[in-house]
Write a protein that binds this ligand. Structure first.
Ligand code: MN
Length: 430
C-alpha cells in the first residue's frame, strides 16, 4: 500500500510522544476502572470506528462572496484521494471517501478504483448533484431538479442519479445520498403539494434503480439556496420520503441543516426509534449552515448526538447501521488539518458517549432525578479521552499527534510544488 507521508517521519514523531502517552493511558485506565469501565474495550470500539471524508472537503471551500484558494490544492479526484489518504494514514479514522458526481467524474472508473485500493481507501456513499448545471446539460436546474415543473428536467435529474448509482456500483459503494436545492424564494412561487408530489414521483424512479444491497439517503435542509421554502425542508418531510419510498430509504441528518437551537439529538432519537436513521453529515455551526469544523463551536451537542447513537448501540437496535460522514467547508485552514481534527472530534464524542453509565442514567430517569441524570452525562463528557484516541491511532499505525506530524512531514509544501493553483475546482458550500 502506498503511504503519502514517509513512515520514518511518523515513527520519529510518535517516538517523541509515546512514553508520555503510555503514562496518560495507564492513568486514565485506572480512573476508568474505578468507574467499572475497561479502557481497552473502549479503545477497541474507537479503533473500529470510521467516519468518511467527502472528496470535496479536501479543496478549499468558499462563501457566496469569494473563494481564497490554498497552496497545493487537489486538481482532480486522484489528487483528492491522495489528500484523503494522508488523513487516513495519520488518524486511522477515515477509511472511506464519499464521491461527488460530476465533480469527481472520470473517463476510466477502474483507474479510480485501483487508485483507491492502492491508497487503502474504500468508497462511501455517492453524492449526486442537481443543485448546479453541469456543462452542456440540456435542461437547467435554476428552478429545481427532481421537483421541477418540467417533466424533461425531472427526467434528466433522475438519469443523473442513476448514473451516480452506476458509477458507485463499479467502485463498491453501497449507498446514494440525494440532496436537492429545490424550493422557492417567494410565497406563491411554487405549489408546496404539487412540487413535493413531483419530487416523490421522481425519487421513486431513483429508488427503483437501487441495487438489492444498496440504500438511499435523502438529506433535508431548511433553507438555502431557496430562501422561502425548500421541498425537502425538515426531518418530518424527510421521514415521509423514507416511508413513501420503502425499506431501502433512510434519512440523512446534516447537523447544519436545521433552524438555530433545534434539538438535533432528539431528531436522531426519533429516527432511530422508527428505523429510518440513514446517517450523518457532521459539521458545526453558529448561525446557519456554516459548515464549520465538527466540534469547533458546540462539542457538547455533538456528544449528545453520539449519546443517542451509543444508547442505540448498547440496546442493539435492529438494523441500526448509520453512515457517518464529514461535510464541511474549509475557508481559513488547511483542509487536511481541519478534516483530521474533525475526524478526531467525532471519535472523541463517540468515546465520551461510550463512557456514559447507562444503568445509572436509567435509574435516575426512573426516579425523576433530573440533576443526577444530567450529571451522569456531564461526567462522561468531562472525561479527557485523548489518551484512548491517541493509543488507538498509535496501535493502528497512525500518528499520536496527527496535525504536528503532518506539519513535520512538509506534505503541503511538496504538493504545492507539484500542483499548480487552479481557479475553479469542485468545492464549495453544500
Ligand atoms: Mn450535507
Amino acid at each position: 500500500m502506498n503511504t503519502m507521508i514517509g513512515k520514518t517521519v511518523v515513527e520519529a514523531e510518535n517516538q517523541r510522544r509515546e512514553a508520555a502517552l503510555r503514562e496518560d493511558y495507564a492513568s486514565l485506565g485506572e480512573r476508568l476502572a474505578r468507574r467499572g469501565v475497561d479502557i481497552d474495550a473502549i479503545k477497541r470500539k474507537v479503533a473500529a470506528y470510521g467516519v468518511a471524508v467527502p472528496s470535496w472537503g479536501v479543496g478549499t471551500g468558499g462563501t457566496r462572496f469569494a473563494r481564497f484558494p490554498g497552496k497545493g490544492e487537489p486538481r482532480n479526484i486522484f489528487d483528492k484521494l491522495e489528500d484523503c489518504a494522508v488523513i487516513q494514514q495519520l488518524t486511522r479514522a477515515t477509511p472511506n471517501v464519499s464521491l461527488h458526481i460530476p465533480w469527481d467524474k472520470v473517463s476510466d472508473i477502474s483507474e479510480l478504483k485501483q487508485k483507491g485500493a492502492a491508497l487503502g481507501l474504500g468508497f462511501d456513499a455517492m453524492n449526486s448533484n442537481t443543485f448546479s448545471d453541469a456543462p452542456g446539460q440540456a435542461h437547467s436546474y435554476k428552478y429545481g431538479s427532481l421537483s421541477h415543473s418540467d417533466a424533461a428536467t425531472r427526467a434528466q435529474a433522475v438519469a443523473h442519479n442513476l448514473e451516480c448509482i452506476d458509477i458507485g456500483r463499479q467502485l463498491g459503494s453501497k449507498a446514494l445520498t440525494v440532496w436537492v436545492g429545490d424550493g422557492s424564494n417567494f410565497p406563491g412561487q411554487s405549489n408546496f403539494t404539487k412540487s413535493f408530489e413531483r419530487y416523490l414521483d421522481a425519487m421513486k424512479s431513483v429508488y427503483a434503480a437501487l441495487p438489492e444491497d444498496w440504500r438511499v439517503f435523502t438529506e433535508h435542509k431548511m433553507f438555502e439556496p431557496a430562501f422561502y421554502s425548500t421541498v425537502v425542508q425538515d426531518w418530518g418531510t424527510n421521514y415521509l420520503i423514507a416511508q413513501e419510498l420503502g425499506p431501502k430509504a433512510f434519512c440523512l441528518v446534516d447537523l447544519g441543516h436545521h433552524a438555530p437551537n433545534v434539538n438535533i439529538e432528539m431528531i436522531v432519537a426519533r429516527l432511530i426509534q422508527f428505523k429510518k436513521l440513514g446517517g450523518f453529515h457532521f459539521n458545526d455551526s453558529k448561525y446557519g449552515d456554516d459548515d464549520l469544523d465538527t466540534g469547533s463551536i458546540d462539542p457538547y451537542r455533538l456528544f449528545l448526538v453520539f449519546n443517542e447513537l451509543a444508547d442505540a448501540e448498547a440496546l442493539g437496535a435492529e438494523g441500526f447501521e448509520p453512515a457517518h460522514m464529514l461535510d464541511q467547508s474549509h475557508n481559513v485552514t488547511d483542509p487536511i488539518e481541519s478534516l483530521m481534527t474533525s475526524a478526531m472530534e467525532v471519535c472523541r464524542a463517540y468515546a465520551q458517549a461510550l463512557l456514559v453509565d447507562r444503568a445509572a442514567l436509567d435509574g435516575f430517569q426512573q426516579d425523576n432525578d433530573a440533576l443526577m441524570a444530567t450529571e451522569t452525562l456531564k461526567a462522561a463528557f468531562r472525561t479527557d479521552v485523548e489518551p484512548i484516541l491517541a493509543m488507538a491511532r498509535l496501535e493502528g499505525g497512525g500518528a499520536i499527534a496527527p496535525v504536528a506530524t503532518y506539519r513535520a512531514s512538509g506534505y503541503r509544501a511538496r504538493v504545492a510544488g507539484e500542483r499548480p493553483a487552479v481557479a475553479g475546482g469542485g468545492g464549495g458550500i453544500v
